[in-house]
Design a protein around this ligand. Structure first.
Ligand SMILES: Nc1ncnc2c1ncn2[C@@H]1O[C@H](COP(=O)(O)OP(=O)(O)O)[C@@H](O)[C@H]1O
Ligand SMILES: [Mg+2]
Length: 225
């Protein structure tokens, strides 16, 4: 489903080079639930951004469903990302001037779906995260946990095979965090989506089938569960 082959990512800040990733090789199978774990700055976000085609490696190969992302044009990457990948962020990243429903509809609008098709899908998305009753609310009217569940609905509404989540519970209290993790685990179980989750949370790690430990841009260890 996803394969990273000898991936390096170097950021140049003036004369200083930061090796965010340094020779990462990691295959992830369809339907896996993988947790990326490691101290702040170890490269988790960089790794997710490469898998999402948001960023390109300095060297090495990144494959997603049989396509080599590091060789695609920017336009092809954007298309692929819209159809194949759903992304969940630590700070939700909902658009504040759109309602919950409109936020969830956004990926479908960008994918060029007809309005008549969008309505039903958005409802199903919000139902899946248990927030149909908040459809008309603005993000600022929702709790952090609710905002994150709307963000998950937005991530899955186009039915991507891969969901990438970057510390999705990092900004939530433990009860709201549990609800978000339960939701991701249920999506994984019921829809068979491939999930890659960067996290510091023990609770999140418990739900993963495999834990990848990162340190200084390298894989330090793997744990099968
Ligand atoms: N856009 C960037 N420019 C320069 N350095 C960056 C950039 N993004 C990340 N880094 C550096 O790369 C390393 C890995 O960062 P990151 O992937 O965000 O780690 P994590 O998500 O595990 O905290 C860090 O040293 C960080 O400072
Ligand atoms: Mg990060």
């Amino acid at each position: 489903m996803i394969r990273l082959q000898q991936v390096a990512k170097i950021y140049s800040l003036g004369a200083v080079e930061v090796r965010a990733l340094d020779g990462v090789t990691l295959p992830i199978g369809p339907g896996e639930f993988v947790a990326l774990v490691g101290p702040s700055g170890c490269g988790k976000t960089t790794l997710l951004n490469l898998m999402a085609g948001i960023d390109r490696p300095t060297s090495g190969e990144v494959w997603l469903e049989g396509e080599r992302l590091d060789r695609l044009s920017d336009d092809s990457l954007t298309c692929l990302r819209r159809s194949k990948v759903g992304i969940v962020y630590q700070f939700f990243n909902l658009l504040p001037t759109l309602t919950a429903k409109e936020n969830v509809a956004l990926p479908l609008l960008l994918n060029g779906l007809q309005r008549s098709d969008i309505e039903g899908r958005v409802e199903r998305g919000l139902q899946r995260v248990g927030l149909m009753h908040r459809a008309e609310h603005w993000p600022h009217e929702l709790s952090g946990g609710e905002q994150q569940r709307v963000a998950i609905a937005r991530a899955i509404v186009a039915e991507p095979r891969v969901v990438l989540a970057d510390e999705p519970t990092g900004n939530l209290d433990s009860v709201a965090g549990e609800a978000v993790l339960d939701l991701l685990a249920r999506l994984h179980r019921e829809q068979g989506q491939t999930i890659v989750l960067a996290t510091h949370s023990q609770e999140a790690m418990k739900r993963a089938g495999r834990i990848v430990y990162l340190r200084d841009g390298r894989i330090e260890g793997l744990e099968e569960r």
